[in-house]
Write a protein that binds this ligand. Structure first.
Ligand code: DX5
Ligand code: ZN
Length: 231
């Protein structure tokens, strides 16, 4: 199932419980949580104590995107805080495999993240063991940036790799996604779509999310019809 994941980075942090309730009521099935350390990326956001509060304030699963150096040092804390999915940037540690193993041993979903300039080859050796691969379609660090167009080709090539090897691995995409380019991202093969500013900075965030979900459902229906017609 295609999911639209509101990224709370662009939400009103002083009003987070209400913002989360609003997107849940509008149909969100998971939330995206950005963790930045001011070292791996030039911005600082939140850590385990805040995630623990978020976890208590919502019943939605939390998809935690770690943009921090040496993430393996902190995995235990994010798991204890309530992360359901944890994604590690492949550029942030030489021990990506160890980090994935750890997350999986703790029965959480494990993902790897690729920056725009990082080639797909960087995930080839772990593709079999991860639950998802997150393709960054902006340079990580800030919300509200412009979608980098060649991410579409990268997603398509990743999709081919996954299908060829018959793996059970979902593709996530994060950065610069809006109602205009959503369809292209879906056509390329992404299933978990992170959306920050386009939802939370809109005058009516719930309506924007509902519209994006209906684009996703329409895409799924078309695919269903196409496959039953033998295309
Ligand atoms: C960027 C973060 C994103 C961010 C996306 O480093 O990883 O999750 O919230 O925000 P938008 O959708 O505004 O590009
Ligand atoms: Zn993110």
């Amino acid at each position: 199932m295609i999911e639209i994941l509101p990224s709370i980075l662009s939400a009103d942090f002083a009003n987070l419980a209400e913002e989360m309730r609003m997107v849940e009521e509008a149909g969100a099935t998971m939330l995206h949580v950005d963790v930045m350390d001011g070292h791996f990326v030039p911005n600082i956001t939140i850590g385990p104590p805040v995630i623990q509060c978020i976890h208590k304030a919502t019943s939605l699963p939390l998809d935690v995107h770690l943009m921090i150096s040496q993430p393996e040092r902190y995995l235990r804390h994010f798991i204890d805080a309530g992360a359901d999915l944890i994604s590690v940037q492949v550029e942030s540690t030489p021990h990506v495999d160890r980090a994935i193993q750890f997350i999986k041993e703790e029965n959480r979903k494990a993902g790897v993240v690729l920056n725009p300039a990082t080639p797909l080859a960087m995930v080839e050796e772990v593709l079999e063991i991860v639950d998802h691969v997150l393709v960054m379609s902006v340079n990580p660090g800030f919300g509200g940036q412009k979608f980098i167009d060649n991410s579409l080709d990268k997603i398509s090539r990743l999709k081919e790799m996954i299908e060829e090897a018959e793996l059970d691995c979902r593709i996530e995409v994060d950065g610069g996604i809006d109602r205009e380019n959503l369809r292209e991202v879906l056509d390329a093969g992404a299933e978990m779509i992170v959306v920050g500013s386009h939802i939370f900075h809109a005058p009516d965030p719930a309506e924007v999310l509902r519209e994006m979900l209906s684009i996703a459902r329409e895409f799924e229906r078309e695919k269903e019809v196409g496959s039953s017609a033998g295309y």
